[in-house]
Design a protein around this ligand. Structure first.
Ligand SMILES: CC(C)(COP(=O)(O)OP(=O)(O)OC[C@H]1O[C@@H](n2cnc3c(N)ncnc32)[C@H](O)[C@@H]1OP(=O)(O)O)[C@@H](O)C(=O)NCCC(=O)NCCS
Length: 263
């Protein structure tokens, strides 16, 4: 793993949250707004949008092709209130006033649950963790790059806030979701149990390092098997997803392996 210069902490030793963090996030929405497909607008969401966000999430979850892809039982706290209030930041994308996509970033403070603990991060680094909490896109707006754009926006905001670690959990079977995150350097590093008995990938990016895949260690694991393959993570982690075959015979695999030793 090559070591990059540390991310400067732009606001001193205390992480920004609440209105100050929202101002930083809002500025970074401009680039996203400028490149949206025709007819779409984006803005920060706030507590007045609670019903809108809650209803949208229920609607999207009801249409999941596999219910394991997103289970609200795996969430900690009150997702909507936490991500529209002081504990998080949410961008909403709208068509004619209707919410069609959102991306939420969690900003845990010392008293809040912190996924950095599942990674065994040092206590001193926990204040600099952001949760890549969730993103959802209306089925009619998928395949236009909205998810990738919302990932980019959350990466830029986390970095601007000095939150050097981005962490979240994702269903092993939701390979579209973790595959997209991996394309932005947020790699599945471990398997963890959440909400009782759900097995989830713990995905993580540390902005201060730039890991390189040791292709000599490459191994493909079928995504259906990943939840039982804890051994993969003793030998490295998942670097991305790979499709094998075409049409009805297409199968998805996790590309697994070690980091290249810089020596
Ligand atoms: C997973 C989910 C968020 C993806 O949303 P999406 O907006 O369709 O994703 P994108 O359009 O960014 O990417 C899908 C494909 O569109 C294509 N695409 C089209 N235009 C693009 C653009 N301008 N930029 C990038 N990709 C683009 C890409 O090829 C991409 O292919 P890939 O899967 O090989 O990367 C969506 O399917 C969803 O809401 N699922 C249900 C909820 C869920 O599972 N959420 C994630 C867990 S919290």
């Amino acid at each position: 793993m090559s070591v990059l210069p540390p991310v400067p902490l732009p606001f001193g030793a205390i992480p920004l949250r609440g209105d100050a963090a929202r101002a930083v996030a809002a500025v970074r929405l401009r680039a996203l707004a400028a490149n949206l497909p025709d007819g779409l607008t984006v803005r920060m969401m706030d507590l007045d949008d609670s019903n809108l966000l809650a209803d949208f999430r229920v609607r999207v979850v009801a249409t999941l092709e596999d219910p394991d892809h997103y289970r609200m039982a795996g969430e900690v706290g009150n997702f909507v209130a936490d991500h529209l209030g002081d504990r998080g930041l949410t961008a909403g994308i709208f068509r004619k006033g209707a919410l069609v996509a959102y991306g939420a970033l969690g900003l845990p403070s010392a008293a809040d649950p912190n996924r950095g603990r599942d990674l065994d991060l040092p206590e001193a680094e926990l204040p600099w963790v952001a949760h890549m909490s969730s993103a959802m896109v209306d089925p009619s707006e998928r395949g236009r790059g909205l998810h990738h754009r919302l990932i980019d926006w959350r990466i830029e905001v986390a970095e601007a806030l000095g939150r050097r670690h981005l962490v979240t959990t994702v269903s092993t079977r939701n390979h579209r979701s973790w595959g997209h995150l991996a394309r932005h350097g947020i790699y599945p590093k471990r398997l963890v149990r959440v909400g009782g008995d759900l097995v989830r990938l713990l995905v993580h990016r540390d902005f201060t390092v730039d890991p390189v895949f040791d292709t000599a260690s490459a191994e493909l694991v079928a995504v259906e098997e990943l939840a039982s393959r804890w051994d993969v993570f003793d030998r490295g982690h998942v670097w991305g997803r790979v499709a094998v075959g075409e049409g009805a015979s297409q199968r998805w695999y996790a590309l697994c392996g070690r980091e290249r030793d810089p020596r």
